[in-house]
Structure formats: structure tokens, C-alpha cells
Design a protein around this ligand. Structure first.
Ligand code: ADP
Length: 593
């Protein structure tokens, strides 16, 4: 088989040249041979006639003997350069320029003699039994006074004709060989010229199909292969552009999928996960890499999520539902949208935070209502008592008014603390930070609370080491934190207890602590004491609002520090918070709280 374009062009061309020259050679030699023979035939007939004329006188003379005719035949044969035979009408040879007539057989049955006698001219080409090779014979009757007296026959061997025809054929074949020799390389070169760009094109196409699209075909020709190469180059460039566009689109999509907070999963018609983003893997507590190709049921591991997904598959419409996942897993909003070809887009939105915020808001409202209800109920009771006649009893009325004053003060404090908390939480309370000696934030509030501690028979004292660096603090606010902590310590420490306020360096911070040996806090409650309105024991916390520690934590954090508690129920608690050193901060900077 011809495997390459070069062979497919070169071989048929070479074959065409070869076949056409051989056919030409055969045709030419056959044609020329026929022409020669026709030519020879008419020459021989003319010669035979001329011989007939030449021997007439000899035949007319009765005296003419066999010898005369034999001599005449020899002379005529010599001058014509052919064999001349004179045959009597009875068929016996009268004279022959090649042979002795006496040794020759009767020629009456020779085809040319028969034809000459019948039609006036006879021509025959055949092998001479006498000479043993091919000859052309032409015979005509010799007519004397209207009567055939002899037959004149002239013949020539065909070897010369054959020789000339052979020479001609050889010349044609030689010419054909020369043409082939010259045309062969030309055909091969032409074929190569067409095949080379096609080969290059094939190689580039193969490489392009394997993803390597850097190559281009350089071509100077403007024919079909040139245009094909141009088209190929353009196609590669276009493919490149499209691949780049696709790649950047894919990168953008990957970036979005990787960084979005919502979980995205795409499932295929085979119900397996085709794509899962990190958020989805996190929400479903699975590994991204191993989830791809897994069955969705196995990856989701939650019958509610699977149920929503199945409903979407069955109805081919978008399905949405909120799902409370079991255990410590999140609260999810699941949206499943059908895609083309039985694929599904599963969107997982984490509503845990929103739900927690809602809970906090609900709790806040119920807490605040609860906090307001107690003083308002006492106020109403006091007012009613006054209306019911207590007004008439001035000493009692004065006592009731005093009680009312206390309730109003409690309400005012609650509102004040709420406002303060809201200001700090919303960032509307800027901190006035300046380098401050630690003693400045501790001594004044402790001094203010000393009388209260005395009344409760508590020992309240401060211990500050020498050389504590200054802290960067909003003095008033940090004093408030200390006040809250010492106030709590006084409230929750029984008679004769001890409250120690101290400070120490901790890294590049100063830790300020309020330690008491009071009732302490149960381990379960420790984590929650900093929440708004949280009170361990409502009965014992008395008129506290539950906001003091929440405010203290906000303020400590606003200063860049933190607050913590260590406590053993029944043995006492230590609340401490940190403040940064002042040295690396610019003086008088103002920071949002
Ligand atoms: P309150 O105004 O009720 O004191 P806080 O936020 O200051 O509110 O305190 C919250 C709760 O933490 C208190 O009700 C109390 O149960 C507990 N607590 C705070 N400080 C102490 C302490 N020093 N010893 C024991 N319990 C404390």
C-alpha cells in the first residue's frame, strides 16, 4: 500500500510516464512497421511490374532458353537489390536471382502466384522454405499479347524492416527512459513539496491534541497548503485564546468557590459528587478530596439533607429547607436546584451564627423585661400602698418614698449600664488612651469602695510591685472595670473575707487581678459569667444587673487586652484583665472602643 502522500503522488506519476512511453513505443513500432510494409509492398509490386517489362523481350523470343532467363533474373535482382524470381505459368521456376531453378519445387501453389494469376497482383509475407527466413513476395503476371506467359515475382527479406522498426522502438524506449530519469526526481520533489507542509501540519496537530500549542507553521506559498497552514495557525491561536479565557474563568470560579462562605456541591446523573467546595466539606465535616466521586448519600451523611436532594431529583424543581444537623454540626439552610441532565446544585448556608444572634436577641429582650419587671412591680406596690392610706401616716410615707427612691436608682443604673454597653458594643465610645501608672487605675476605685467593704467586714487591700511600667489606658474606663470587679468581690464574699487587688507584668502586658475568698463560681457557670444579664444565682446576686462583667470584658478587649476568671466554688474567685505597656504606643492616641 502507498502510505505517504509523497508515494501516492510520485508512484502513479512514474507509472503513468512508464506505461504511456511503453504504449507509445509499442504503438509507434507497430504503426511504423505497418507503414513500412505497405510501402515495401507497393515498391515490390512496382519492381515486379518493371521486371515483367524487362523480361518481356526475352520471353517473346522463342529462342530464349532457360539460361537467358536465369541470367536476366540475376541481373535484375542485383540492380534492384532484391530477389527476383521468374515463374512459368505451369509453376516451374524459369529464373531466380538467389537459387538455381532446377533445384526449386513448383511454385504454382504459392499464395502470391495464385493471387497474381487470379487478380493480377499477389502479395504474400511468409517464411521462405527455400531460404528459411521471412520474406515479402509481390507477384504480377507477365502478359504478352493478352496472354499470361509467366509470373514475375520480387521479394525482399523482412529482416531489414524488422531491424528499422526495432531501432525506432529502441529509440522511443530510450527517450522514455531519459524522460523518466529527468521527470522522476521532479515528480518526487513536487510530491515532497506538497507532502512536507502536510507532514508538519500533522505533527503540530498531534502535539496540539496533547496540549502543546506553541508551534506554528511557517509557509511562504499561497496555494492550498499555504492557506491550510494559515487556517491552522489561526485555529491554534483562537484555541489558545479560548483556552486562556476558559482558564481564567475557571480560576475565577475556583477562587469564588474556594473563598465563599456557603457550601456548594454539584452532583451528577450517577448521584455522585462531581464538585465540592471547602465550605461544603467543612459544613458536612468531610474531606474535599475524598468526597469527589463519592456517592452524595455517603458524603452528606444526614438523612434530611439527602431527603431534600431526593425531592429535587424527583420533582425537578428547586427545594429549600432548614436543617438542624445532629450533634455539634451546624444549622443549615439547604437549597437544591436541578441542573441539566439530572445534575443538582446543592447550596449549604450556615445559619448557626444568625440563629445564635436571634437567640441572643430573644434572650436579651426577655432578660431586660425581667430586669425591669422587678423594680416596676415594687414601685407599683409602694404607690398602691401610699394611695391606700399610707400617705396619711407621714413616717411610713417617708419610708416608702425612700424605698421608691432605691427602686428608681436601680432602674436608672440599669438604663445607664445598658446605654454604656450599647455605646461600647457599637463603637460609639472612643477610648482616650494615654500612658498611665497602674496605681492610678487601681487606688481611686478601691478607696471609693473601702467603706462598703468595711460595712461588710471585709479586708480590702492593694499589692503593687515596684517598677511596674505604665499602661496605655483610658483611665476612667479602666477604673470602672476595677470598680465592677471589686464591687462583685464585695458582693460575693461573706463576712470577714479578704479581697486582694494586685498587678504583675505578663509579657508586654500588665495583668491586674481582683482576688477574693468568697463563694466562688461553679465550673459550669465560669464560661458564661461574662455574658450580658448572666447571673449565677439570682437570689444571691441581689440587685445586680448582670451587665457589669459584660461591660468589663468589652472594655478590656477595647484596650487590646483580655479578661479571665479562675474560681473554685466555695473557695473564692480571681478575676484578672490585661492592659498593654505604654512604651510602644504614641501618647494621646485615640482608639475606637
Ligand atoms: P452583677 O451585676 O449581677 O454582679 P456581673 O456581670 O458583674 O453582674 O456578674 C455576673 C454574675 O457573675 C454575678 O451575678 C455572679 O453570679 C457572678 N460573679 C461575679 N463576680 C463574682 C465573684 N467575685 N464571686 C462569685 N461570683 C461572681
Amino acid at each position: 500500500m502507498l502510505r505517504s502522500i509523497r508515494q501516492r503522488i510520485a508512484v502513479p506519476y512514474a507509472a503513468l510516464i512508464l506505461v504511456s512511453t511503453v504504449v507509445l513505443a509499442l504503438f509507434v513500432s507497430t504503426y511504423v512497421r505497418a507503414e513500412y510494409l505497405t510501402d515495401l509492398e507497393s515498391h515490390l509490386v512496382a519492381d515486379a511490374r518493371m521486371v515483367g517489362q524487362a523480361v518481356l523481350p526475352a520471353l517473346r523470343a522463342d529462342s530464349a532458353g532457360a539460361q537467358v532467363l536465369q541470367t536476366l533474373a540475376g541481373q535484375l535482382g542485383d540492380s534492384l537489390g532484391a530477389r527476383v524470381t521468374l515463374i512459368g505459368v505451369d509453376g516451374w521456376v524459369l529464373g531466380d536471382s538467389y537459387e538455381d531453378p532446377l533445384g526449386m519445387d513448383n511454385h504454382l501453389t504459392r499464395p502470391e502466384v495464385q493471387a497474381a494469376l487470379a487478380d493480377g497482383v499477389g502479395v504474400s509475407t511468409r517464411r521462405s522454405p527455400t531460404l528459411g527466413y521471412d520474406l515479402m513476395y509481390a507477384a504480377v503476371p507477365v502478359i504478352l499479347e493478352g496472354e499470361t506467359v509467366a509470373i514475375s515475382r520480387v521479394s525482399l527479406p523482412l529482416t531489414r524492416v524488422q531491424e528499422r522498426v526495432d531501432r525506432l522502438r529502441n529509440t522511443v524506449l530510450l527517450t522514455a527512459a531519459a524522460v523518466l530519469l529527468l521527470a522522476g526526481p521532479l515528480v518526487v520533489l513536487t510530491a515532497e513539496g506538497i507532502a512536507r507542509p502536510v507532514r508538519t501540519l500533522t505533527q503540530l496537530a498531534e502535539r496540539a491534541s496533547q496540549g502543546e500549542r506553541s508551534g506554528r507553521i511557517r509557509t511562504a506559498s499561497h496555494d492550498e497548503t499555504g492557506r491550510l497552514a494559515d487556517a491552522f495557525n489561526r485555529m491554534i491561536e483562537e484555541t489558545d485564546r479560548q483556552m486562556d479565557a476558559l482558564a481564567s474563568q475557571r480560576n475565577a470560579l475556583t477562587a469564588v468557590l474556594t473563598h465563599m462562605a456557603d457550601g456548594v456541591i454539584i452532583t451528577g446523573a450517577d448521584e455522585r459528587v462531581r464538585l465540592i467546595n471547602p465550605a461544603a466539606a467543612r459544613l458536612l465535616d468531610t474531606a474535599e478530596a475524598s468526597a469527589v466521586g463519592e456517592r452524595f448519600v455517603t458524603v452528606a451523611r444526614d438523612h434530611q439533607v439527602v431527603e431534600i436532594w431526593r425531592r429535587c431529583l424527583a420533582s425537578n424543581t428547586e427545594q429549600t429547607a432548614a436543617v438542624e444537623m445532629v450533634g455539634a454540626r451546624p444549622f443549615l439552610q439547604v437549597v437544591v436546584t436541578p441542573l441539566d441532565g439530572d445534575s443538582c446544585l446543592v447550596l449549604l448556608q450556615d445559619l448557626t451564627r444568625i440563629r445564635r444572634l436571634e437567640t441572643v436577641r430573644r434572650d436579651f429582650i426577655s432578660n431586660i423585661s425581667h430586669e425591669l419587671r422587678t423594680p416596676l412591680a415594687s414601685l407599683r406596690a409602694l404607690v398602691e400602698t401610699l394611695q391606700d392610706g399610707a400617705l396619711a401616716d407621714p413616717p411610713a410615707a417617708t419610708q416608702f418614698l425612700g424605698l421608691m427612691q432605691t427602686e428608681v436608682d436601680a432602674l436608672a443604673q440599669l438604663v445607664e449600664e445598658l446605654l454604656e454597653l450599647s455605646r461600647i458594643e457599637s463603637g460609639r465610645a472612643p477610648l482616650r488612651l494615654c500612658p498611665t501608672p497602674v496605681a492610678d487605675v487601681i487606688h481611686p476605685p478601691v478607696a471609693r469602695l473601702q467603706p462598703q467593704a468595711k460595712r461588710a467586714h471585709l479586708r480590702l487591700f492593694v499589692e503593687l510591685p515596684e517598677g511596674l511600667p505604665d499602661v496605655l489606658a483610658d483611665v476612667e474606663r479602666v477604673r470602672q472595670v476595677v470598680t465592677n470587679l471589686v464591687h462583685n468581690a464585695i458582693k460575693f464574699t461573706p463576712l470577714k473575707g479578704t479581697i486582694r487587688v494586685w498587678a504583675e507584668p505578663a509579657g508586654d502586658m500588665v495583668r491586674i487581678a481582683v482576688q477574693d475568698n468568697g463563694i466562688g463560681i461553679a465550673t459550669d457557670d465560669l464560661a458564661r459569667v461574662f455574658e450580658r444579664f448572666y447571673k449565677v444565682d439570682h437570689a444571691r446576686s441581689g440587685k445586680g444587673t448582670g451587665l457589669g462583667l459584660a461591660i468589663a470584658r468589652h472594655l478590656a478587649r477595647a484596650h487590646g487586652g483580655d479578661i479571665r476568671v479562675e474560681s473554685v466554688e466555695g473557695s473564692g474567685s480571681t478575676f484578672s484583665f490585661t492592659l498593654p505597656f505604654a512604651h510602644d504606643r504614641p501618647v494621646d492616641s485615640v482608639q475606637q472602643g
